[in-house]
Every structure is written in structure tokens, then in C-alpha cells.
Ligand binder design. Structure first.
Ligand SMILES: *Cc1c(COP(=O)(O)O)cnc(C)c1O
Length: 432
């Protein structure tokens, strides 16, 4: 297995390098090759496994050439230490609940995996390495929690001031130890831009080792393929499956498409979006036109320039027709999302979070036209993470899980900067 750059397929790297660099030196994203394809027999065996066992098996196929299996297995077991249950919501529609990890969102899977893989490679390094992560909400908490206390690694979480929920903010600004928060007076796109610029700053890179924990890092998005297999393993026999994926930066979607490349029998992927509908517009028009993000109640999907989309284009060789043969896009306004949450809750008793709600509705709409399918939408976060908007809709107080509630009492610590690279650079250099 090697990793090539989406900007130049001849540019090849090993796992260690791809992991540490995050982004290829030419600005492209790393893609694995060749993609291992599961045999019928392997798929069969996988059907009886829980998520941890699936993760161990697939990690062996993906990373086993680079990390000896006896070292890899404990690492994976520690990273993927919870399950992703498939819950029936109504006839032929299921929620794949990805929020049973420590920070109650799917990003725990990738973040915990990356932290341990990086820890494996950095344990013998002399200098600290610095992990940069831009967050629109959930990534920051998952990465901060995943890396907390990992020796030799310091994490800097960049987030847009005032644009994440108070509880989200508390989850990455209160941990201390090796975790620092950088509060940017700008948007998520500004944060992402600052991180990108740091990676292209050769002078800075001579002074400190940087890596990224955003979903552009292959060890973030690739392990997310595991739970698509887990979903399939729990789905009813002979189901013709579609996945509806609430999407922002398209790491989750890319992971699903990779799972399919690895042999998972999936027939369709629905991109479920809020008003930041850059990809649904691409699917309709073949034109990919990034634009500034707008703030919505599904704030983890407020992305105006979805970075992993490049991986999807690469996977399908930039062929719009091949992409639309498999994918379809849907987008919903805030009032639309609230209405979905209410309708599903009143009709079925299932409480969606604002992101999962878009996935549910995309699946519902598609199934109305194509009743032969079984729809699985990814419930990407626990509704309590978006308590304010969910309670407004249901009119009922929501039970906040203890592991989330404890953060409300803790004290926030952050460094405020302007969305200017000069300021971010200065912040970083002060921490070498
Ligand atoms: C990050 C996030 C998304 C979007 O996932 P991408 O991989 O960036 O497309 C959706 N829902 C929730 C709750 C998230 O935290």
C-alpha cells in the first residue's frame, strides 16, 4: 500500500509520511492505493463481528504492511472501543448511531484512530509534534479528547469565535495539558485557510513539525469506512442499501465510497446538506463552485469549500457521470431541518440531531421514489450536542448525557487571534 497525491498520482508516500504530513507537499490530498478488495468469504465473516473486530480486520488489510499486526491490533482496539448500533426508525429506514464514543459524535472514530497511529510513530521522536485542527464544532472536541495526554504531541484547535455552541466550545477549551484552543474572529473557512497556509510555510516547517488532524488526514477519514461495514452487517438480509450522509467536509462520505470500493455492496449514496449545498449543486450542474459558508443550526456542516471533495473527484477520475450514477444531493434550510426533527419525533419517537435530520429526510425522499431500497442515514451526533435547537423544536427538556454535562462547569481558556496568517504564525512560533 502506498499513498499518492490527488494532484499528482506519481507522487507516492508511505504511511508514516502521509500521516505526519497530513497534506501532500504539492497541496494535494493523500489517497491509498491499491485499495484492498474483500473476498466474499471475508465479507461473510465480517457479518458476525462488532465494530472493534471489524476495525481490527480492516486495519490489517489497510495498514498491516506498515505496522506489524501485533502492534496494530491493541492500537485499534483502544481507538475503536465502542459500537455503532443500527436502530430502526420506521419501515425500511434505519439510523446508524455514530455517537456512542466519548464526545458523542462520529468524529471520535477517526480522531481516536489518528491519535494512536501518530502516537505509534512519534513515540521515539525527540521534538514534540504539533497537531493543527480547524473545527466548525465537533472535530475540535473529538480531536482534543482523542489526543489528550498522548506524549510528544501538542494539539492546537482553531475555531470560529461565536460560531460553535457553548457546550461544543467547552469541550476543547477546558482540557488543558497538551491541548490549546485558538479562537479566530472569523469563519470556519478562515480557520481552515490558516491551517493550510501553515502547512505551506516552508520556513515555519523548518522550525516545528506540524501535522493535521482535520479530515484531510487519511488516518481520520479512512477508519470511518469501518462503520459502513458494521451498518451493512446489522442491516436486514438482502437489503438493497443506500446511505444518506449528512455532509460538510465530505470525510464521512469519502469513507463510505472507499468502503464500497473495498467491496461493500451499497447501491447509492445521498449527500444530505444544509444550505451550504456546494456538492448538491455540483451533482446537478457538474460545476464545483466553492463559496463562503453560511451559518446554520447544523453547524458542523457549515462548509463553503469541502476539502475532501477532491478525493471523491479523484476516486471517480473527475467523471461527473460516474459520480452521479452513484450519488445524489439534497439540501435543507434551518426551518426545514426543524420541521424534520419535529415530524420524525412525533411520528416515530426517534429524536434526530440537526445533522442526522437532513440524512433522514434525504433517505425518506429517495425511498418515496424508489421503494425497493433500504435507507440508512448516519446519525452523526447525539441530539444533546445541539440541545438549544432540538429543545426549541420538541418543546421538551432533553436529557444531557453525563459525559457531556460535566463540561458546562469547566473554565474556558483560549487565545484570540484575527483571521490573519501573520497572527497565527506568531502564535505558533511562540510555542516551539
Ligand atoms: C463533522 C460533522 C458532519 C460532517 O461530516 P464531514 O465528514 O465533514 O462531511 C456531520 N455531522 C456532524 C454532527 C459532524 O460533526
Amino acid at each position: 500500500m502506498h499513498y499518492y497525491s490527488t494532484s499528482n498520482r506519481e507522487l507516492r508516500f508511505g504511511l508514516r509520511e502521509a500521516l505526519m504530513k497530513g497534506l501532500a507537499p504539492d497541496g494535494g490530498l493523500f489517497m491509498p492505493a491499491p485499495i484492498p478488495i474483500l473476498s466474499r468469504d471475508q465479507l461473510e465473516r465480517l457479518q458476525k463481528m462488532d465494530l472493534t473486530q471489524i476495525a481490527v480486520m480492516l486495519s490489517g488489510l489497510l495498514f498491516g504492511e506498515d505496522i506489524p499486526v501485533d502492534k496494530l491490533q491493541p492500537l485499534v482496539e483502544e481507538a475503536v472501543n465502542f459500537d455503532t448500533p443500527l436502530v430502526q426508525v420506521e419501515e425500511k429506514i434505519y439510523a446508524l448511531e455514530l455517537f456512542h464514543g466519548p464526545t458523542l459524535a462520529f468524529k471520535d472514530v477517526g480522531a481516536r484512530f489518528l491519535a494512536r497511529l501518530l502516537g505509534y510513530y512519534t513515540r521515539e521522536m525527540e521534538q514534540d509534534i504539533h497537531v493543527l485542527v480547524a473545527t466548525s464544532g465537533d472535530t475540535g472536541s473529538a480531536v482534543a479528547s482523542g489526543f489528550l495526554g498522548v506524549p510528544g504531541i501538542r494539539v492546537h484547535v482553531l475555531y470560529p469565535s461565536g460560531l460553535v455552541t457553548p457546550l461544543q466550545e467547552k469541550q476543547f477549551t477546558t482540557l488543558g495539558e497538551n491541548i490549546s484552543a485558538v479562537e479566530v474572529s472569523g469563519t470556519f473557512d478562515d480557520c481552515q485557510q490558516l491551517v493550510k497556509q501553515a502547512f505551506m510555510d516552508r520556513e515555519l516547517l523548518q522550525q516545528m513539525t506540524l501535522t493535521s488532524a482535520n479530515s484531510i488526514n487519511l488516518a481520520r477519514f479512512l477508519p470511518q469506512a469501518f462503520y459502513y461495514f458494521r451498518a451493512w452487517a446489522q442491516a436486514p438480509d438482502h437489503a438493497k442499501l443506500l446511505f444518506a450522509v449528512p455532509s460538510g467536509n465530505y470525510g464521512n462520505m469519502t469513507a463510505g465510497l472507499m468502503a464500497r470500493e473495498m467491496g461493500l455492496p451499497v447501491h447509492r449514496f445521498l449527500s444530505a446538506n444544509n444550505l451550504n449545498d456546494i456538492v448538491p449543486v455540483y451533482l446537478q450542474t457538474a460545476k464545483f463552485t466553492p463559496r463562503p459558508s453560511v451559518a446554520t443550526i447544523a453547524n458542523a456542516m457549515d462548509v463553503g469549500n469541502p476539502s475532501n471533495f477532491e478525493r471523491i473527484l479523484d476516486l471517480f477520475e473527475h467523471n461527473h457521470e460516474r459520480i452521479t450514477d452513484l450519488m445524489e444531493g439534497y439540501s435543507y434550510s434551518d426551518p426545514g431541518i426543524k420541521k424534520i426533527i419535529r415530524t420524525v419525533y412525533e411520528g416515530t419517537g426517534y429524536l434526530c440531531d440537526p445533522h442526522g435530520a437532513t440524512g433522514y429526510q434525504a433517505a425518506r425522499t429517495y425511498l418515496d421514489q424508489h421503494p425497493e431500497y433500504t435507507g440508512i442515514f448516519l446519525e452523526t451526533a447525539h441530539p444533546a450536542k445541539f440541545r438549544e435547537s432540538v429543545e426549541e423544536v420538541t418543546g421538551k427538556p432533553l436529557q444531557v448525557p453525563e459525559r457531556l454535562a460535566v463540561f458546562a462547569e469547566r473554565k474556558k481558556q483560549s487565545t484570540v487571534i484575527k483571521p490573519a496568517y501573520r497572527d497565527f504564525r506568531e502564535y505558533l512560533l511562540a510555542r516551539v
